[in-house]
Design a binder for this molecule. Structure first.
Ligand code: BDR
Ligand code: CA
Length: 313
């Protein structure tokens, strides 16, 4: 199994992403680094530790406390509507019995990027604050990480927290800007792809019949499904990012640059995808002040669902 860090703001779909990652058997999870997002960072840390216990990795995989506020902005109040007031629906999970890690999420990311230079995958399913802090402390982090896959942004579809912005990108747009400008090899898995793979009543039934190991997941997904109130079911945002770490064929992706809105409050966190194969004049994406020198780095941007069926997986 290959070394990976899951950086996350649990969160219901974050919790399912963790369980899915463990279940694939493809990864050696070196750390579960939490970050403020769906709920404040103290709560995501507590949830992360409780989930480690629930999924049988308590004490085996260290859980770290993450950034409590966005890079440059004041803490925001995240709506509990989709994840419940404490982030995990109505669950009250037993606390972890492992000793608390004193190393922060950012320090753990930096340490692991050195220990597994060129090998480490980072999957981020919350605001990118921890990753951005690692990059600003040591820009070499970009070169040492093999691949960063992050759930966030909406390239060509409407947002989900404002009409134009996806939640993770909106929560810390400056972090997204720093990350996509750093030269790190990245794949963005935003709403363009996650809205394509849905979990509905049929999938819930399968989970409910799957026995004790899946009982918590079934309860969490039942809450999430109700919160979404969509006929086509709820999106599998964060699990899809985990899936893409191993197999990009769950999505269709294109090469390009992402530019994120950091100046305007109205369009805060809006991600603009600028394809590299477009007919735009070269200056448009290389020399334009809009896409300045810092934002020239190429990434891969998921633009829709791919040939391999993620919901089935
Ligand atoms: C993202 O926002 C969070 O609520 C989910 O966990 C996911 O990471 C979707 O916009
Ligand atoms: Ca999340």
């Amino acid at each position: 199994p290959a070394p990976i860090v899951l950086d996350s703001d649990p969160g219901i779909d974050d919790a399912v992403a963790l369980q899915y990652l463990l279940g694939t058997g493809l990864w050696d999870l070196k750390a579960y680094t939490t970050v403020g997002g769906n709920v404040p960072s103290e709560q995501t840390f507590r949830n992360g530790r409780a989930l480690a216990r629930a999924f049988g990795i308590d004490g085996g995989v260290p859980v770290h406390r993450g950034a409590g506020r966005p890079l440059t902005r004041l803490p925001y109040s995240a709506a509990g509507e989709f994840h419940g007031a404490a982030g995990l629906g109505t669950e009250v999970l037993p606390d972890s019995t492992a000793p608390e890690q004193t190393e922060s999420s950012t320090q753990a990311l930096l340490r692991l990027s050195r220990a597994y230079e060129g090998e480490l995958t980072v999957c981020a399913t919350g605001p990118l604050t921890n990753v951005a802090l690692a990059l600003s402390e040591d820009p070499g982090f970009a070169r040492r990480v093999k691949h960063l896959v992050f759930m966030g942004g909406a390239a060509e579809v409407p947002g989900n927290i404002t009409p134009v912005a996806e939640f993770n990108a909106w929560a810390d747009p400056d972090a997204v800007d720093l990350v996509v400008s750093s030269g790190i090899r990245y794949t963005m898995v935003g709403l363009d792809a996650t809205h394509g793979w849905r979990f509905g009543a049929k999938e819930l039934e399968i989970l409910e019949e799957a026995g004790q190991d899946m009982a918590l997941t079934a309860r969490l997904m039942s809450f999430y499904l109700n919160a979404y109130r969509a006929d086509e079911g709820c999106p599998l945002h964060d699990p899809l990012a985990v899936g893409v770490c191993a197999d990009e064929s769950f999505v269709t992706a294109a090469e390009g640059t992402v530019v994120v809105e950091c100046a305007s409050e109205l369009t805060r966190g809006k991600t603009v995808f600028i394809p590299y194969d477009a007919d735009y004049p070269r200056e448009y994406y290389v020399e334009s002040p809009l896409v300045n020198a810092r934002t020239r780095h190429r990434g891969r941007i998921a633009l829709g669902t791919g040939p391999r069926n993620f919901t089935e997986d």
